[in-house]
Unconditional design. Structure first.
Length: 62
């Protein structure tokens, strides 16, 4: 009877497969949680317009 006892031990110690929730749903839930918990980025500063007027400190050569 040792073979029956050894087969019982292996079935008791084996982890049971988790079924019922598809991997796709688990990944989607994780992505949704990350999106909700991440704060929004600060807006980037607008580029400063370059003026076409000459700088007042510039002097022409003599």
């Amino acid at each position: 009877m040792p073979s029956i006892e050894s087969s019982r031990r292996t079935t008791e110690t084996r982890p049971q497969p988790f079924t019922g929730v598809p991997m796709r749903d688990l990944l989607a839930a994780g992505a949704a949680a990350a999106a909700v918990s991440t704060p929004p980025r600060a807006p980037e500063p607008l580029p400063q317009p370059r003026s076409t007027e000459p700088v007042s400190t510039h002097r022409d050569a003599a």
